[in-house]
Ligand binder design. Sequence first.
Ligand SMILES: [Zn+2]
Length: 281
Amino acid sequence: MLTKQQILKAIRRMNRRREPLNITAVKRSHPELIEAVYAVKPFWGWKQALKDAGINYARIRVELQEYLTCEICGKPWRNLAAHLTRKHGVKPDEYLMDYPDAELVCEDTRAKELRKDNRPVPHWEPCWSREYVLDRTAEYHRRGYPMHASKFSDIDNSLVQAANGYWDGWNEALIAIGLDPRKLTQEAYRQLCIYRDKEAVVQGIRQRLKEGLRLNPHALQVKDDRRKGHAGLLRSGIEFFGSWDNALKAAGIDPEVVHQAPKPQRKYAAGLIPNAIEDNR
Ligand SMILES: [Zn+2]
C-alpha cells in the first residue's frame, strides 16, 4: 500500500497535469489511489489529502459522467430505474443488491441534485459517493458538530440518508472515520441529562457533592449554565426513587441538611436585612 508521502506526490502530479480530482473521477482513473487514501489510519480522507497536498478543492478540475452503464446489458443510460423495470423486469433496489457498487443515476444528474442541497456545511464534491459520505462526516466532526444520530439528523439529514445508502447506516459511517457510536450515545445521554438507572443517579448526586454544587431542588432547576443547574438529575432522581429526598438518602446524604443549607452569594450579609425588616414591624 502507498505511504502518505507517495500519495501526496501522486496527487500533486495529477494536479499539475490538470487531471480531474473529484472523487468519482479519480476512482475511475486511479482507483488504487482512492483506496490507499481511505486505508490510512487514523482516518485521512480525500478532502484532507488534497489539503495536505496544498491543493485548493474549489479549483480542481471536475469530471462527471453523463451516463452510466447498465450492469445487466452494458448499455449507457442517464437514469437506469425505468430501463431496469421495463427491459429486465428488475426493481431498482434488487439491482442494487446484486451490484452494491452500482448507481441508478449518472453523475451529471446527481450533481444537479446535490447543488440544490443547501446545508450548514456547503458541498465541496459535485456528487455523492461512498468516500464523500465519510469525508463529509469527518468534516462535521472536525467542526465540532454533535455527531450522535439523534442530534445530527437535525443538522444535515441528507448526509444521514447518504450514509444509509452508501454504508449500512449512520453508525457504520461513524465507525469508518474512527468514531465510536456507543461513546457518542453515552455523551448524548449525558448532555440530555438522562440517567439510565438508580446507580447513575447516585453517581450524579455524589459528583455534584464533590464539585461543591448545591443539591436542593431549586438549585438543580436553575437554567443558568454558570450556576450549574441539573434538572435532568432531579427528574431522574424522582423517577427512579419516588422522591428527591429518597434519591439523596440513597446517596448517603441527609435531605434535611440539603434543604437547610444557606443560599450562597447574597450581596448583603446573610441575615442582616431580614432582621432589619422584622425590627421595623
Ligand atoms: Zn440493461
